[in-house]
Design a protein around this ligand. Sequence first.
Ligand code: GAP
Length: 555
Amino acid sequence: MFIVKKKIGGKEYYYLRESRREKGKVKAVTVAYLGKTKKDAEKRMKNFVKKKEEGLKKPENKKEVMVEESVRTEIGIDELARYCKRKGFVYPSGEVYGGLAGFWDFGHLGVELLRNIKDGWWNFHVRDREDMEGMDGSIITNPKVWEASGHVESFVDYIVVNKKNKEKFKVDAHELGKYEKDDKYIVEGKFNPMFTTKVGPVNGNESYLRPETAQSIFVNFKNVFDNSRAKLPFGIAQVGKAFRNEIAPREFLFRSREFEQMEIEYFIKSGMKCDLIDEVKGIKIKMLTGDMQSGNKEEEEMEIYSAWKKGLIGDWQAYWLAQEFSWFILLGAKSENFRARQHTSEERSHYAIDTWDLEYKFPMGWRELQGFANRGSFDLTQHQKASGKKFEVFVEGEGRIIPEVACEPSLGVGRAFLVFMLDAYEYNKERDNVVLHLNPKLAPYKAAILPLMSKGEVADISHEIFRELKEEWNVLFDKSGSIGRRYSRNDEVGTPYCIAVDQETIDKKTITIRDRDSTKQIRVKTKELMSVLRDLINDKVSFINAGKVVSTRVK
Ligand code: GAP
């Protein structure tokens, strides 16, 4: 085993890697995240190796090892939707009236998870970087924006009907020929998926609900550039709602009519090289290029850096692909469920020069999770022409130029939600309940306070702890049912830590913390609870090193 350091967004992260022999080849795989400093990494590696050796030596430890290494349980997308409804994450919108296809409402747990995803994304991409500005545009804007961007003219889907089962679905222009030739289908026509609305109560002007957040970034480009006194290269990020009147909204949050996007437009001077490319060294992902698809080849695991060196992917696309993939992995998604696929020339959007997708193995198969288009100067040039306003910037030695978008990482929040839920979901046979292994940073409740007595001093101190923790996190006060029932209830919604308050809390001023993933328990001083939890949530200490390990009957 060996430690590797990766630089992501200017920050250092340490990983434990191991060489494994698979199908006759030796491969290096990441086995654990070790933290942000070399010292932490060395300490954690020692613990990891020690734990592994103990597990190998003593067969009676197998049970614990199995729980820690448990993998995702396959779950269908509809089953996940039912689970999310039952547990209070997501409800079909307007369900009492039969719902409305493509629209969803989020319950308390769902909205907390959504917020944590969006905050995590914003911190990683905006606050932790020096080359990123943020903005938040309106949902409805001047309709001329959508004329200039090409959406009114070229943003079209084709409706195809399966003659046998009458099922309607959308296809892109490049797939049309296939269905026109096949007499099992009828191409019913084309339509523009932008929702229209009237602005103004009487004889209002027609406008659109934005189908992507990107255009508010383009039309505000000069405002943001001038206000921030930015220098190229730099990016503008936005998180916000988008709407598309999808022909066949389906597969839970995967394809909805109202959804949120987290988008970046990364601007460069034409031909500018990516000086951050070294940060992608060592990051591997399954890749499928356009040529591999034409040759009917399967995806292959490659180092993104080597793929760039071989000219399979552009430098900026490679950099952003690695950033986004790392973001998912740092928050607990499973690397084996991701691949990067290049768009074939027929499927590229009207504005794109080259596009890659980060795909994820959803229960329905490999599907687009996030797009990485190279939009060139298409959008700024269009808006300059249509508005008559200057979108140029001054570059030392070059004069006034229109910047290019080297890469547009564009991700749906709902799709990210599905990824984290799917990779976290485990039906644990031993415990006979679902365990949602969400990363503590994403978990809706960071902790649950479980008083072991409902009255007296134990109840009072439990309330005090609850109030204190609430100042920093969303936590749950869970007083009803047996302790075992309370543990499983919290496992099912991904609460990483359960805090049991008992007589010893009064007598010895200590408290028990139970770890969701391993069911292990530690005892810590009550006055240190807050800082221990903070270290655990921020992955600064491993659970068994955060306090005194204690054994208990109820796991
Ligand atoms: N600005 C570029 C753009 O919007 P896109 O590929 O059409 O590109 C980007 O969309 C991302 O938005 C997708 O990769 C997906 O994650 C999300 N997305 C698009 N349509 C969606 C829908 N109907 N429901 C949920 N997410 C969607």
